[in-house]
Design a protein around this ligand. Structure first.
Ligand SMILES: C[S@@+](CC[C@H](N)C(=O)[O-])C[C@H]1O[C@@H](n2cnc3c(N)ncnc32)[C@H](O)[C@@H]1O
Length: 351
């Protein structure tokens, strides 16, 4: 059986997924994928020494993925990755679940001197895979970690807020600069949902306020809030890797003292001025009571991670507590902002 590579991140919920090891020089050429699997650690070590690879790619129904992978692994694959073959968006898996797309592209990397014809014959020898088209290509080596970083450049959000990779110089005249090494967690600002939150924060700086970033990923929203003037920020996530990345990024930006990083279950009851949650529509609905109860009357909430068409259900879950501004949309993603009723009288979700 395969096993997933524990250091690799798995994003099955976001269309623009990526995975990488996160450690300098250890990232692999698999920028868009669902699951990253390696057959064994020695093979992984071999990957870092190779100067080029042969890449075999085959698209199959999801019930054949395991068989194809095992066959490729038995033939000596150094890494096997699974990618979406038909632009199918997978959303809302249960925690710990890693569902597959209907049609999956299985991509395997082999040593440059492998016998690709023999590998294809091996695949075709399986009745269910007879005649399945297999694409063969050569993949030159490069700094894959650097390749990923190329898509993450200093970027401005709103008027003043810049997000810059840890090792890139900030542009002249940049106002508020947030340094980021996202590690293995989500959140560089390149995703539309994060970008909409950062732009809102830039336009509505939570001066001297107490805020929470619920589902903090890299910690980007909590750190931005503090850099823009918040007195205190909670950053919570169910993923320990996210908490780790947030801690590192807080240090990088010198805001550790203002950040309280923890699991959601450990949150103290404290009324906050701003709740930020970039998670998905279902968790946002489930968490309505939990999020609203943390908001003081008159406080603000911003939510995203909502796919167009789902906003009505999310707004309905908060309707008796929150007055919403008109939803914003970027690509297929919706951003909601609202204010908690000052009386809180009819606020069932927040009780
Ligand atoms: C899309 S990322 C957002 C990261 C960052 N806040 C941003 O805006 O870029 C969503 C994060 O929410 C976390 N998450 C998902 N469900 C959650 C839940 N029920 N409670 C807390 N965190 C959750 C995930 O682990 C992930 O790190």
């Amino acid at each position: 059986m395969w096993r997933s590579w524990p250091a690799g991140r798995i994003y099955t919920t976001w269309k623009r997924s990526w995975a990488f090891d996160g450690r300098p020089g250890r990232a692999l050429p698999v920028p868009l994928l669902c699951r990253y699997m390696v057959p064994a650690m020695p093979a992984r070590a071999a990957l870092t020494r190779m100067s080029s690879w042969i890449q075999l790619s085959v698209t199959v129904r999801n019930d054949l993925v395991e068989r194809v992978g095992e066959q490729l692994e038995a033939a000596g694959a150094l890494a096997v990755t699974l990618q979406d073959a038909a632009a199918e968006l997978l959303v809302e898996p249960e925690p710990g679940a890693a569902p597959l797309w209907q049609q999956v592209q299985v991509v395997a990397l082999f040593d440059a001197d492998c016998d690709s014809a023999a590998i294809i014959r091996g695949l075709h020898a399986q009745p269910a895979l007879a005649g399945v088209p297999v694409q063969v290509g050569q993949l030159a080596d490069c700094d894959w970690s650097g390749t990923w970083r190329d898509s993450f450049r200093p970027t401005r959000f709103g008027q003043r807020l810049w997000v810059c990779p840890v090792d890139a110089p900030a542009p002249d005249g940049a106002g508020v600069v947030l340094r980021l090494d996202p590690g293995n967690a989500f959140g560089t600002g390149t995703h539309a949902t994060t970008a909409m939150c950062l732009e809102w924060l830039d336009a509505h700086p939570p001066l001297r306020g107490a805020v929470i970033d619920y589902g903090c990923g890299s910690g980007i929203l909590a750190i931005a809030a503090v850099l823009l003037g918040a007195a205190q920020a909670y950053a919570v996530d169910i993923d320990p890797q996210a908490l780790q990345a947030t801690r590192a990024n807080a240090r990088l930006n010198g805001v550790e003292a203002a950040l309280d990083i923890r699991l959601p279950a450990d949150l103290p009851p404290q009324p906050l001025d701003l709740v930020m949650a970039n998670i998905l529509a279902n968790p946002l609905q489930r968490l309505a009571g939990e999020l609203v109860v943390r908001l003081r009357p008159g406080g603000s909430i911003i939510m995203t991670g909502i796919i167009a068409g789902q906003e009505g259900a999310v707004m309905a879950a908060y309707a008796d507590c929150i007055d919403f501004a008109p939803p914003l949309r970027r690509a297929e993603w919706i951003f909601l902002s609202g204010t908690k009723h000052s009386s809180g009288a009819a606020c069932k979700a927040g009780r």
